[in-house]
Structure formats: structure tokens, C-alpha cells
Design a protein around this ligand. Structure first.
Ligand SMILES: [Mn+2]
Length: 163
């Protein structure tokens, strides 16, 4: 079975020093997923990673961006829904996002916006937020990111890491 190593980051807001450190630490990677609020950093990110596959969604601060608002990807037989999450009111709670993810038959939903890491598994759905590499808001304020190991027919493994 093939296992993919996927880096999940969010809310870099145009600052890339921490992302550089993470890439040096974690590459080689099969995919780099960014859950929004690059603030124009998407070209920089795409040219500074060895990853060929770099899905990025638009955040609430990506006003003039041509990035997609949401993505649905099939990765190793898992259905992954990626959104920044502000459109589902994730600052107030993740119920609406959870409902949408079930509606889309996702088994993994990834979001950003709240700048705090989340790993939850409920009713067959993984809800994942890597936190922010630039402006963390959780207690201790350490920049965080997530590494996902994923393969077909097996539950994915999520590792929350901090700088
Ligand atoms: Mn943000």
C-alpha cells in the first residue's frame, strides 16, 4: 500500500519564514495543502516547495485572489473537503461546517481561519485545522502545522506539530 505524506498549513498571511523552516524539516512531501489566507503568498509558496501538488483555497483576506474558495479532492480513496471556513461561521462553532462536510460525503474536512489547531473525529468525519504558522491564537501562541499520513482503506494519521 502506498502511504502519502501530506503537509497541511494555514493562515500564513504573507509571512514565509516559519513555512520555510517547516519545509526544510518535512520535505520530501507528496502534497502541500494550504487552507487559506496566503495574502498573495501562493506563488511564493509554489516556487519554494518541491511538491508538485499544492492545493490552496482562498481565505477571507485573499480579496483579489483567483484561488478557488473550496476544493474537494480524492486522496488515496478518502474524500477531502478543503475550505477556509469563514463562510460556515467557524469562529462561532464548527457545526455548520460539519454538516456541509457530511452533505459532501467527505471523510476529512480541512479548514483554517480560527488560527487554532483542531483534530476531531466524529461520525466518521475528521475535522482538521492546522492552526496558523504566522499568527497563532491558541494558548502559548506557538506556530503550528499538521502532517497527515494517508493510505487507502485505513484511517489517516494526523500529527500536530509546533515550532
Ligand atoms: Mn487568517
Amino acid at each position: 500500500m502506498v502511504t502519502m505524506k501530506i503537509l497541511i498549513v494555514s493562515d500564513t498571511h504573507g509571512r514565509h519564514e516559519n513555512l520555510m523552516r517547516v519545509l526544510r524539516e518535512e520535505e520530501p512531501l507528496d502534497m502541500l495543502i494550504h487552507c487559506g489566507d496566503t495574502e498573495g503568498g501562493e506563488d511564493w509558496i509554489r516556487t519554494h516547495t518541491q511538491c508538485m501538488s499544492v492545493p490552496i483555497v482562498k481565505g477571507n483576506n485573499d480579496f483579489f485572489s483567483r484561488l478557488p474558495s473550496e476544493l474537494e479532492l480524492d486522496i488515496c480513496g478518502h474524500h477531502v473537503f478543503i475550505t477556509h471556513g469563514h463562510g460556515y461561521g467557524v469562529s462561532m462553532g464548527i457545526e455548520r461546517l460539519e454538516e456541509e462536510a457530511h452533505y459532501r460525503k467527505a471523510d476529512i474536512v480541512m479548514f483554517g481561519h480560527i488560527h487554532r489547531p483542531v483534530i476531531m473525529h466524529e461520525d466518521g468525519l475528521w475535522m482538521i485545522n492546522p492552526g496558523s504558522l504566522s499568527y497563532p491564537r491558541q494558548e502559548g501562541h506557538r506556530p503550528t502545522y499538521m502532517v497527515m499520513s494517508i493510505e487507502e482503506g485505513v484511517d489517516p494519521v494526523f500529527e500536530l506539530k509546533q515550532l
